[in-house]
Design a protein around this ligand. Structure first.
Ligand SMILES: NC(=O)c1ccc[n+]([C@@H]2O[C@H](COP(=O)([O-])OP(=O)(O)OC[C@H]3O[C@@H](n4cnc5c(N)ncnc54)[C@H](O)[C@@H]3O)[C@@H](O)[C@H]2O)c1
Length: 500
């Protein structure tokens, strides 16, 4: 496709935070955006960025970065520094596209809205999970009003508590990830709530979230990331959204909306609708028009969602249109996450989601610094630690994570096997068992290393995460690997015989 926007004007973009931030580089040039600068504290990420954008300025120093002459900043820094970083970028005269979410406390939200209003610059949240096709059908009135929706963003991120998004172990191996190691998942509510807001044109007004503490093993003991975190959100038309975030035993991206006229299920990509204003009406499979723009967008991340984020932001700068995720919509979504945490900490009571468009309402939250208390990710080992040992932690727990997963695939697979008739499921279990036979001695060494490190600092957070991983994964069998190997081989022979 030759040209998307009817102008030759270019937007010069600086990317601040080169993990997730780098995911947008490839698509920018299609949308009149030139990436002219990058910034990351991590030198390895700066080096990688330089390889992709050799003509762009790159630095570890944010002041040097913001002093460069460019038009807009993509803020993709740590989850909890977005307010500070966005305001700094606005004050440097840049438009801001901010990764999710916009702020961490209600008080920061007030500060940010005011900074955006003062600046006269474009501010947009980089929310990327909407379905534009269904949004259009909804606006055409095909579904009636929002009655109820169920949206999930259940996403395994255990290993990301100890690693970077694309670059493996953390640069400081004796730290945990600055926010993925502890964040309450309710804060990360926009990928599930956001699409409902955008499609139905409603905003959240109240949220309640029950206490939930069933963390998977392998998370740090105080982490609020490893459990299921459902909330109920009452929307401005009285409709209800069951918004589910979490990292647990099965990723889930359920996306269903019951309108008062028709129902739509977006879970599989192309929507299925149920029509007839009744429970047993025909189900129809819809297809969006595969035009050139759609085909182009589909080449990029999150089913094209990343493309539309930059499209919407660039269009706002080039033509003055209102971004779908302007500061006020960003506040609605971000505050719902914050208020869900507040509700959860108070036993699940409903909490109002304030509307920051209203200056009088904002005033009530100006000094509201409510926030999750969390660990300092630099303190997962005690002071005085032997860093030559503890710096191995990040690599080690990443390896342990994969070893635990593989061992449980095989050994739990064997337990389920008598109940499986489907040939492909049987083959999956057999393949996992064969793989475990090959890898067992390597895995045994990883477990031994994990136990050795944990025993040196038994009271540390890091040790507790290592031990909870090890304890969850057949410790009695791993204590005698010769016997386990024999057992696996015998099982394979009997599985093969039964198959024939
Ligand atoms: N929309 C999505 O699909 C999606 C996916 C992943 C991440 N995200 C969001 O993107 C943001 C970044 O996520 P990530 O996965 O890259 O995680 P991350 O927190 O590991 O990465 C942040 C990066 O910013 C750098 N950084 C932090 N403060 C800095 C500073 N002051 N100066 C220079 N560099 C700094 C860090 O070194 C790091 O490389 C998060 O807010 C996350 O919520 C969104």
């Amino acid at each position: 496709m030759e040209k998307i926007f009817d102008t030759d004007k270019k937007i010069r973009l600086g990317i601040w935070g080169l993990g997730r931030g780098s995911a947008f580089i490839d698509l920018c040039s299609k949308l009149n955006v030139e990436v002219t600068a990058g910034c990351d504290l991590n030198q390895a990420m700066c080096d990688e960025f330089h390889k992709i954008c050799p003509d762009a300025f790159v630095t570890q120093n944010e002041d040097e970065f913001l002093a460069q002459d460019f038009d807009a900043v993509l803020v993709a820094t740590y989850f909890f520094t977005h307010t500070r970083d966005s305001i700094k970028a606005l004050n440097a005269g840049k438009h801001v596209l901010c990764e999710v979410t916009s702020f961490f406390t209600p008080a920061e939200g007030v500060e940010l809205v005011e900074a955006v209003e003062r600046s006269g610059k474009i501010y947009a949240l980089a929310e990327n999970y909407t379905n534009r096709f269904v949004k259009k059908l909804w606006q055409d009135g095909l579904f009636g009003e929002l009655a109820y929706a169920e949206f999930d963003y259940v996403h395994d991120c255990r290993v990301l508590g100890y690693s970077t998004l694309f670059y493996g172990a953390l640069p400081n191996g004796n730290y945990a990830h600055p926010w993925r190691s502890w964040l309450n998942f309710h804060y990360y509510c926009t990928h599930s709530l956001g699409p409902v807001m955008e499609i139905t044109g409603t905003r959240p007004v109240r949220v309640s979230a029950p206490p939930s503490d069933k963390n998977l093993p392998g998370f740090l003991p105080t982490s609020e990331m490893g459990s299921m975190e459902p909330s109920f959100v009452i929307m401005s038309n009285g409709g209800i959204v069951r918004n589910m975030m979490g990292a647990s035993t099965c990723d889930s991206h359920v996306r269903k909306i019951w309108g008062t006229r028709a129902f739509v299920d977006l879970t599989q990509g192309d929507p299925t609708v149920a029509i007839g204003q009744c429970g047993h009406g025909p189900k129809l499979q819809l297809s969006r028009k595969r035009d050139e723009l759609f085909k182009l967008s589909s080449r990029y991340g999150h089913n094209g969602g990343d493309f539309w984020v930059i499209y919407d932001f660039a269009r706002a700068i080039l033509f003055g249109t209102k971004p779908a995720w302007d500061i006020y919509a960003a506040c609605d979504a971000t505050l719902t996450g914050i208020m869900a945490v507040k509700s959860q900490y108070s036993g699940g009571v409903p909490v109002e989601v304030p509307d920051f468009r209203d200056k009088a309402i904002r005033e009530k939250y100006r000094n509201d610094n409510f926030a999750q208390e969390h660990l300092d990710p630099k303190k997962i080992f005690p002071e005085g630690q032997d860093t030559t040992e503890t710096e191995k932690f990040s690599q080690l727990i990443i390896k342990l994570n994969f070893a635990v997963e593989h061992i449980i695939y095989a050994l739990d697979g064997i337990k389920f096997y008598p109940y499986i008739e489907d040939a492909s499921s049987r083959l999956t279990v057999q393949t996992e068992v064969r793989r475990l036979i090959q890898k067992l001695s390597e895995y045994t060494q990883i477990f031994a290393d994990a136990h050795a490190l944990a025993e040196k600092y038994p009271e540390s957070m890091a040790a507790k995460a290592l031990v909870s991983f090890c304890d969850s994964c057949y410790p009695e069998k791993l204590a005698n690997t010769d016997a386990l190997l024999e057992e696996l081989k015998n099982w394979l022979i009997s599985a093969d015989i039964n198959n024939n």
